[in-house]
Design a binder for this molecule. Structure first.
Ligand code: GDP
Length: 453
């Protein structure tokens, strides 16, 4: 391949143990040889793939830093090209100066996601696997990590390939049947066509169904903590966060803004928002807080509605209960260390827990309730889970095209018409894995990557 040799810092900017400068392309090794002197005196070009050398990076005879150079020879590298990774001491200066030296020696700066894009163009990864690399980097919990790793190792591609092959078989059978309608060829009949198409639509439907749950797992659930002032919302926020994030006082109306924090509970990422106490008030600033709280409650995917279990429910409590959606709310009856003095029948039909937010042990029953209400456990190990909106869109188009093919088959239209729908479905699936994809779509996928990946 005659692409230019590119280079970038592949580790995060800032202080750290090491920084890695990655160089990829035909001239990666000869360029690295111009900036790296091994202590053994050996040139990097004399090393085999997967061999490393210790030495120093230099520019105009000035030493920049100690370095380890790791050589990969094409096609056995991340990008499929010759690659050298120079590991220098962590920190902005050493990494920047090393990169500048490599660029002066002939490499050009890599664009966002360029290493992964080259891996895709060189057939090391398909498009869905490339997308999973980005998901892997940004995984916020174990399940997200597991799903993106499975996708990177080809789980989505394999499932999509199975469906595509079935559709190709159907398309070929439809064509054969149209060409020789009077011949009794085994397997070429309407029942068989419809079985194959039904099988494909079921598989695609399953993938589409798991997408929403996986999105929740990957991006986290927007969760609002609501309740009237002083019921213990901020204390609960702090319990969930594991440290003091919200101001806890017994003065009503202390939290006027929305305080946010992202936490991981039972492997579910919650984007928590501790809101102002919801109550009727004449205070202008507090009222602004109250309306922000109501907005958060209305847009949240999970509501933790807190009540003070130690004293009778107030009018503010009752009007809050009337606004709550049972499907997404956990009722938290707080302060159970002071005894329960409320009528719990008003919470009938809700997922409900009694806790003391002041006590760390309360986190366990909270976890159970959150898992129950969010039902994120729906994704099984064997599911091939789509991981981007682009993939979902392709799968959705394929699913609808298969349904249309089934409808067309049932309605007695010509088999050519069925074949057109099947071709549409195949195109969408080939776009999903990137086997047939426009440059624009490809650029769009890699534009979202960071430089150095
Ligand atoms: P918010 O206004 O709803 O955010 O309430 P805070 O979290 O600021 O708590 C109000 C008061 O209730 C504070 O004095 C807390 O220490 C107290 N509090 C919160 N949770 C509990 C609990 O579980 N038990 C007891 N005894 N007091 C609590």
């Amino acid at each position: 391949m005659s692409e230019k040799t590119v280079a970038a810092i592949s580790t995060p900017q800032g202080e750290g143990g090491i920084s890695v400068i990655r160089i990829s392309g035909d001239d990666a090794i000869s360029i690295a040889d111009l900036c790296f002197k091994g202590v053994s005196g050996k040139k990097l070009s004399s090393l085999k793939g997967y061999e490393a050398a210790f030495g120093e990076v230099f520019s105009n005879d000035e030493k920049i830093d100690d370095a380890v150079a790791l050589v990969f020879r094409e096609p056995k590298s991340y990008t499929g090209e010759n690659v050298v990774e120079l590991s220098v001491h962590g920190g902005r200066m050493a990494a920047q100066k090393t990169l500048s030296t490599v660029l002066k020696a002939g490499a050009v700066p890599a664009q966002n996601g360029e290493f992964t894009k080259r891996a895709f163009l060189n057939g090391k990864l398909d498009l869905s696997e490339a997308e999973s690399v980005m998901e892997l980097i940004s995984a916020k919990n174990n399940t997200a990590l597991r799903l993106s790793l499975a996708a990177k190792d080809g789980k989505i591609s394999r499932e999509i390939d199975v469906i595509t092959e079935r559709l190709l078989e159907t398309a070929a059978n439809l064509a054969a049947y149209s060409d020789y309608p009077d011949e009794d060829i085994e397997g070429l009949n309407f029942e068989n066509f419809s079985n194959l198409l039904n099988d494909c639509s079921n598989k695609l439907k399953r993938m589409l169904d798991t997408f929403d749950s996986s999105k929740t797992i990957r991006e986290g659930i927007d969760c609002a903590i609501v309740g009237r002032p002083n019921v213990g919302k901020s204390t609960l926020m702090n319990l969930l966060s594991g440290f003091e994030r919200s101001i806890v006082t017994d003065v009503a109306g202390t939290t006027r803004d929305v305080i946010e924090n992202t936490v991981c509970i039972a492997d579910i990422t919650l984007n928590l928002a501790d809101t102002a106490g919801i109550r009727q008030t004449d205070d202008l600033v507090e009222n602004l807080g109250v309306s922000l709280a109501q907005k958060r409650m209305n847009t949240a995917a999970l509501v933790l509605a807190v009540f003070d279990g130690s004293s009778a429910l107030t009018e503010d409590d009752i009007s809050l209960i009337n606004c709550l959606d049972k499907r997404i709310t956990v009722i938290i009856i707080n302060k159970n260390d002071l005894g329960i003095n409320i009528d719990k029948s008003v919470f009938e039909g809700f997922c409900c827990v009694e806790i003391s937010a002041k006590e760390d042990e309360s986190i366990d029953c909270l976890k159970e309730a959150i898992v129950e209400i969010t039902q994120t456990a729906k994704i099984s190990e064997s599911d091939a889970v789509l991981i981007s909106e682009r993939q979902r869109n392709c799968a959705d188009r394929a699913y609808n095209a298969v349904l249309e093919a089934l409808d067309t088959l049932k309605s007695g239209f010509t088999l050519d018409a069925v074949g057109i729908c099947v071709d549409d479905a195949i195109s969408s699936l080939l776009e999903l894995t990137g086997k047939r994809v426009t440059n624009e779509v490809c650029d769009e996928v890699f534009r979202r990557f960071c430089v150095g990946k």
